[in-house]
Design a protein around this ligand. Structure first.
Ligand code: PLP
Length: 452
């Protein structure tokens, strides 16, 4: 691993209990946190990060098995990313989107080169939700249709259309800001809505359900189908054989735009540059964020097919953002491509997934009665925790919280979601740290078993 660049401020504060207290106090007094009841949270103060680890101000160390919010693909303080941002800030810190800039153009070119056949251009946003907003807007203008189909077990972001696209509970308190969205079920073999008995049957029945939904909603009213290629927060669902190609066929049959949301799954997370590349499917629009520059500076975007790009050659695209294609973010994006090549990131994700993660999770699942099943790909996995293996009742409440606490007490910061222990470490993790993290999870699951 390369030398890390220490920031003076973090070094001074590090190991300082008074600093920990001051950070906590300012946070509690002045910061309004997302997705939280303000009086019921106690955020961890974090002083410093390096590679796959971060530390609080008291010096307590955590192995980051969540990559923060599954964005930190190249780990904390990667020197190549830090240097690229510093150099760009010294040269040209910001430039408005209606002007051209070298790193913006270079990053768009690199993304298109790694994208599907027929990918033409990139529209940059500040993050994932906005990318989905703009992808939907493009599909609507392109098709002249209004409806968008999205899956129930999905998260697409928190802005107006994105939160309506989101299928799960985070949508409920936000009403229906975009009236054109309709939800459908995706494949989920372990808790199948279709009573299917094999992944192939699950795919086939999910496709039949989707086609009925299209027909009942009116095919010529539907602009787009949006789906997370590999679902993230809602459970790491890898599409069963034939599902994504079947969705593509339905889109072709009914003239519907296929949007793959790769905000979480893109940029190496699944062992492919983009997750759809593992399923032999060609989308029309792909949304990305997070891994494009490991979240060092906010950046997202939409990869646009030639056909949709052409809709806006003589007609203006009605939309834009002040910080679209921000040079600091794009410089970090270009550096990401260089680092991926230099460090062989895609190859190491595939290798560690096949040689270390999958066999170890198989073993853990066989050993612990509190694990219903494991599933995933690349560095993107879930252990589905249950209170009862036969009824598949989800593990919840004190038992679930005790598992998460056991991980944290042992120095591992997990990706906890629903009744699942999800595993998404930075892609630069060493084999040794991966083995150690999985050992901590193994031990933490003894706690869940003890509630059985
Ligand atoms: N889409 C997916 C699949 C996500 O996981 C997320 C965030 O976690 C988003 C969209 C929203 O991205 P952002 O928080 O950058 O707006």
């Amino acid at each position: 691993m390369a030398d890390y660049i220490d920031l003076d401020g973090a070094e001074q504060a590090f190991g300082d209990t008074d600093a920990q207290r001051a950070v906590r106090e300012n946070d509690r007094n002045f910061v309004f946190h997302s997705w939280s009841a303000q009086g019921q949270i106690n955020p961890l103060p974090v002083a410093k990060g390096e590679g796959v680890r971060f530390w609080d101000y008291d010096g307590t160390e955590y192995l980051d098995f969540s990559s923060q919010l599954v964005n930190l693909n190249l780990g904390h303080q990667h020197p190549g990313l830090v240097r690229a941002i510093q150099e760009q800030a010294g040269r040209m810190a910001t430039i408005q989107p209606a002007m051209a800039n070298d790193v913006r153009g270079e990053l768009a070119k690199r993304i298109v080169e790694k994208s599907f056949d027929g990918a033409r251009s990139v529209f940059f946003t500040n993050g994932g939700a906005e990318a989905n907003e703009y992808a939907v807007r493009m599909a609507r203008h392109h098709t002249g249709r209004q409806k968008v189909l999205a899956r129930f077990r999905s998260y697409h972001g928190s802005t107006a259309t994105a939160i309506t696209l989101t299928g799960e509970a985070r949508r409920w308190p936000n009403g229906t800001p975009d009236a054109g969205v309709v939800h459908f079920f995706g494949p989920y073999q372990y808790r199948s809505e279709f009573y299917s008995e094999s992944p192939e049957q699950e795919a086939e029945r999910a496709l039949t359900h989707l086609e009925h939904t299209i027909q009942l909603e009116g095919p010529n009213t539907i602009a787009a189908i949006i789906l997370e290629t590999v679902t993230g927060t809602n459970g790491i669902f890898v599409p069963p054989p034939g599902y994504l190609t079947g969705v593509r066929e339905l889109c072709d049959r009914y003239g519907i735009v296929l949007i793959c949301d790769e905000v979480m799954a893109g940029f190496g997370r699944t062992g492919e540059w983009f997750a759809y590349q593992g399923f032999d499917v060609k989308p029309d629009l792909v949304t990305f964020a997070k891994g494009v520059n490991s979240g060092y500076v906010p950046l997202g975007g939409v990869v646009i097919s030639d056909e949709i790009h052409n809709t806006f050659v003589d007609k203006a695209f009605p939309g834009g953002l002040t910080y679209s294609g921000h040079p600091l973010a794009c410089a970090a994006g270009v550096a990401t491509f260089d680092i991926f090549e230099e460090e062989g990131i895609i190859e190491r994700v595939r290798d560690l997934a096949a040689r270390v993660i999958e066999p170890r999770l198989r073993e853990i699942t066989a050993k612990h009665k509190s694990v219903g099943e494991y599933r995933g790909t690349g560095m993107f996995w879930a252990l589905e925790l249950v209170a009862n293996r036969d009824s598949r009742e989800p593990l919840a409440g004190d038992a679930y919280n005790a598992v998460i606490a056991a991980c944290k007490n042992a120095g591992l910061w997990p990706f906890a979601a629903g009744n699942r222990l999800q595993i998404a470490p930075p892609l630069v993790i060493s084999e040794e740290d991966l083995v150690r993290g999985l050992e901590i999870i193994d031990a933490a699951l003894d706690v869940a078993d003890s509630y059985y």
